[in-house]
Design a protein. Sequence first.
Length: 728
Amino acid sequence: MKSTICIICLLLLIGAFTNTEGQTPLKFRDTTIQGPQTFAIVVGVSKYKYVKPLTYADKDAILFSDYLKSPGGGSLNGDNIFMLLNEEASNSNFWTKGFQWLKAKKLQKGDKLFIYLAGHGDAIDQDQFFFLAYDCNPEGDKNNYLVSGTIQLFNLKKKISNETAKGVEVFFIMDACRSNELPGGLAGQSFLNTAISEKKAGEIIMLATGAGQESLEDKSIGTGHGLFTYYLVDGLSGLADTEGTPDFKVTFDEIQKYVDKNVPSVAKERFKRSQDPYFCCNENSEKVISNVDPTYLQKWLQTKRAQNGGGNSFNGLIKSGSRYYYADTLLVETYNQFNKAIKNNNIVGNKSAEEYYQQLNNKYPGNPYTLDAKSSLTVKYIDFAQAKVDRYLSCGDDLSAKQKQENTDAATRLEKAINYVREDDADFANSLRGRLFLLKASGNNTSSAVSFQSAYSALSIDPNGAYIQNKLALLHLENNNKDSALFYADKAVRTAPKWKCALTTLALVQNAANKNPDNKNVKKNSPFRKVSFGGTIGGGLNQSNPTYSGNANSGYDDVRSNTAPTFDLGVIVQINIGNNIFIRPSVTAGFGNTDIDFIKRPLTGGPETVETIGLKGTSAHIELPFIIRFSSKKIAPYIMLGPSFSYIVSQNSRSVELLPLKKSLFNGNGGIGVDIGLGNSGLSLSPELKYTAGLSDTKDPTTTTSYNLALSSLKKNTFSFNLYLRKR
């Protein structure tokens, strides 16, 4: 009897331990609920790590979340809302944890998804627009949004488009543009709203302001809220139902009219400002956004009256979100050890979060605990790397071995994060690659060539990124390439004129080069100009490559190759595609001969008779070679390889009668050369040895002259020496 009781107690104890409701952060879609469901991603940031704080954005996010928990908002439980506030609202958390959470919900046709963002928004231009996460560090210039903690809204729009394509109803609500004191200024605010409203992805859009306006927030709005969010929730709670015939439903048209009536009038009367919200689009006018619950509406009104015209977030009727997960005790133990390591910031090494995650992934792949550990570890990897990028943006990097090693370690972690993220979110993974190559270029590398290779990889990703232009200036300065350093330093300042680090680098380079500090006079001397033009001249030897047909009717017993001179000149375009790799298309005119010996041997013996046919003519050539340089310095060897196409423009009259040739030919080119920078002239001279192999048969198969019958094929090979002169 006692043993039975002990066994029961032990089972109950295990059940209590493995019932880890509070330890299972990732919960899949509740399949016990039939039909469509509603989900929400809610972000509110008032406290920022680097930029000017706001006052009520986080409270607005809570207010909107509480509305969603109300009957009118769908009575959502906690499992169906993913919310990030202030310090939690980092770029890495939003993309990694937020969209892992969304993936677990497996949205399907008929579901609703609310995406609500409250905080700072800004833009570089109409194609690059951002919501500023908690850890955004632009260091005074909008161009740095490319590698600081921002949520790229273009990528978010792509995700919205993926959901709407499945038949999910998406509501994108943003209460941003609360200050024009950000690096983008008034133009950035205008770009932001214009871009969001014009780049539709099939979603319903509700924005706090029109283009070029600020979204107001004040303590007198409720108990302190943003004007737009307050009246949006006010209307959705039921007050917008009065805009038409009351039917306990709030349509898109009704909430738009309610917000459009209240927000502009309050902004003008109370704050002497203009604020005109933006809603899109009219085809959704009859769509029901909220079902009014009379009991909840009365509670909302009572709360407003008690707060003298204001309302704050409060809990209405909320469904419980409790669901239980029973887990293997070893799984829970390893997961708890993982979280302890995360809390202690023990990310890599012995008994680290990385080690415990590997144990989870090896034994429990795809388990909710494992997936959550993966996202948590990824966030830590990204945050560690972002801290090193922020240090660089604030001019805190130096050339010490310690910092270089830290950058290398950060790059290693970020590369792991990118690999983890890529399988679920290729866009977010790609957005991190510029930062990865920046850290690699700033790391503890075996040679400067490795640093340059990484830097140019970043430049190919973000060609207009001041962060990498500045890094290239520093690398060239470190390697005493003063002209190139000056080019990239000046370019970084022109790209990000408010970034103090770029200004400091330009001053250092100018001082080293003894240049005029007026950057308007800087000559752009770069060995890596994106597109440069020039000319070419060259000459060499053509060698015919005939093959005897064995046709006795030709009257000839053999054919033999011969050599003859050739000369060409033309124009080139050199295009930098990154990593010391270029394409160099050229168009040239060629003048030359191709001689062939036709041989007769007497049947009775005696000396052979040789007849030489000179194929003289003019041809046009188009070459498309790839150039791979072995250095980024002024004098750099390279190899060349690529196809070319020839067209015979004219053939001398004698040979065209005896042995006419095909007009169009295909060739292959290969060669070696050296790029030589010519001082401060901005020019580059490239001597090159080139071999051209004829890949097409030049013999015209429609001709039946005796010379043509003697040949089974005729190809041409050329050895030449060429000079190329172009701008650097």
